[in-house]
Every structure is written in C-alpha cells, then in structure tokens.
Ligand binder design. Structure first.
Ligand SMILES: Nc1ncnc2c1ncn2[C@@H]1O[C@H](COP(=O)(O)OP(=O)(O)OP(=O)(O)O)[C@@H](O)[C@H]1O
Ligand SMILES: [Mg+2]
Length: 256
C-alpha cells in the first residue's frame, strides 16, 4: 500500500478552531443507560482543539456509548455536551454534521454493492454541495482509495474500508472527528498508517479528534491526551505520554 500523500490539505472546515489547546468539546457528568444497564456514569472530559484525545478502556467500558451520546444517537439521563460553547445535548443527530461534528461508528459501515466513489458521494449528501476539489483532497489523502474508486466497496480490505469511512467523514469538513475503534482487526502497519494520517490532519489542518480505542498502546502513541474509562466512569485523564509511562495503570486498565 502506498505511503500517505504528504502534501495535500484536507480542509478541517470551520476547523479553523483557534489556538490548539482550547477546549472544543466539553462533556460534563454524562450518564446514559440502556434500560437497567448504566453504560455511562457521570463522565466528564474535554477534547481540545487541534489535538487528539484518546478514550481508552476494555470491552464494555462505555466507549461506544460515549460517542453515541455525544452525537445524539443515545439520549443521556443526565449531564451535558457542549461544542465550542454551544449546548448540543438535545440537538438532533442530523444537526451534528452541520455543527461540525462527524462520527465514524465502529464497524466501518459502507454500502457493499456501491463503488468507493459512490459511497463517498452518498456520504456527502448530508452536506449539500460538495465540490470536486473536496473529493480530490480525500483521494489525495488516501491514494489507495483513489486507485479503487470504481471498485465495489465489498472488495476493499479492512484497512481500505476504514480509510473510506474516514474519508467520507472528512467530506463533511468537520471541526471534530469522533472515531470508534478504527484499529480493530487491522494489521499494526495499517493502524500506524491511518494514525499517522490523523496526526497529519490534526497538525497541519487543525482538525480535532476524539479517538475511542481498546488498542491503548497504538492510541497513546498518536494521542496528545488520554482518558481511561472503566465501567462507565473516568479513572484518569492525563497527557498520553504520562499514561504510557504508568506501568501500574497500563496493567490495571490498558492491557499492555
Ligand atoms: N444496545 C444495548 N443494549 C443494552 N446494553 C448495551 C447496549 N449497548 C451497550 N450496552 C452495554 O453498555 C455497556 C457499555 O457498552 P459500550 O458498547 O458502550 O462499551 P465499549 O467500551 O464500546 O465496549 P467494546 O470495547 O466492546 O466496543 C456494556 O455493559 C454493554 O453491555
Ligand atoms: Mg465499542
């Protein structure tokens, strides 16, 4: 697979998010349940502009529920979500893209029978008019996807599918990208490639990323800040390198 193309900007949209380090997404006291099962229990965290914030935790920690609640797919019982100061806790899910938030759910959902190009176009429908330049930027970012643009999506490898769904999310020109377990089931080399591209989008274009991962080692190697979730609660929040150096925490919660 070719190396990522280094010179083409994918605009982070309204993504001129101001100075890195400013809090862009703020989650406070978020509590969500599925019937009697409490999946999130008073979660407070923030994602800074122009940074990668990784949320780490084992199976069932509540990572997916966190992203689903932030993006309006699950309604919280308590707590709030603010995006750039605006309270979006009760905003309808279809309004989120317009507000600058793109959610890439777990599972890399593509429409298998459509081509790569058609999948990108379907994804862009939510945004009204998307220019050719914007498609070209995604193809420049993911040359492998560009090569396969006329192939049916079901012929893609797992890594290529992941690139396609990230590319589709980028067409919405998000300020913040929510990513649910992008590394799941991918070879370490492909994970490194995808995370390297994310880093590039953040550093070069000011994109902000909230990355949910069970693969804590890879996520911490690319993230700025890490948040460890366990049984629906935040255990610790710190600089990624500090978490990486904490052997006790790694053994207790991060599985490496
Ligand atoms: N649709 C659902 N109905 C009932 N319970 C659910 C549902 N989805 C998740 N749960 C429960 O909520 C808790 C949190 O699940 P969640 O999927 O958010 O965790 P996760 O950290 O994403 O886990 P994984 O690493 O397996 O993806 C778990 O106890 C899970 O069993
Ligand atoms: Mg999950």
């Amino acid at each position: 697979m070719p190396e990522p193309h280094g010179s083409t900007a994918v605009s982070a949209g309204a993504g001129s998010t101001g100075a890195p380090g400013r809090s862009l997404l703020e989650v406070e006291g978020l509590t969500s349940a599925y019937g009697p099962v409490r999946a999130l229990d008073g979660v407070t965290l923030s994602a800074e502009a122009g940074r990668i914030t990784a949320v780490l935790g084992a199976n069932g920690a509540g990572k997916t529920t966190l992203l689903r609640t932030i993006s309006g797919l699950v309604r919280p019982q308590a707590g709030s979500v603010r995006l750039d100061g605006e309270d979006i806790t009760k905003a309808p899910v279809e309004a989120m893209v317009g507000k600058g938030m793109s959610h890439v759910p777990e599972g890399r959902g593509v429409i298998a029978e459509l081509t790569v190009d058609e999948n990108l176009r379907v994804g862009s429908l939510f945004r009204g008019k998307v220019g050719k330049d914007e498609f070209d930027r995604v193809y420049d970012l993911f040359p492998r996807i560009a090569e396969r643009r006329n192939n049916a999506a079901h012929t893609l490898s797992g890594g290529e599918r992941q690139m396609l769904v990230i590319g589709r999310a980028l067409l919405a020109q998000p300020r913040i990208l929510l990513l649910d377990e992008p590394s799941l089931g991918l070879a370490p080399r492909i994970v490194a490639q995808i995370f390297g591209l994310l880093r590039q989008l953040v550093d070069r274009d000011g994109l902000s990323v909230l990355l949910v991962e069970q693969n804590a080692r890879s996520a911490l190697s690319v993230a700025d800040v890490g948040v460890v979730l366990n049984l629906g609660k935040v255990v610790v929040t710190d600089q990624a390198r500090t978490l990486m150096a904490d052997e006790g925490l790694r053994h207790a919660y991060l599985g490496f």
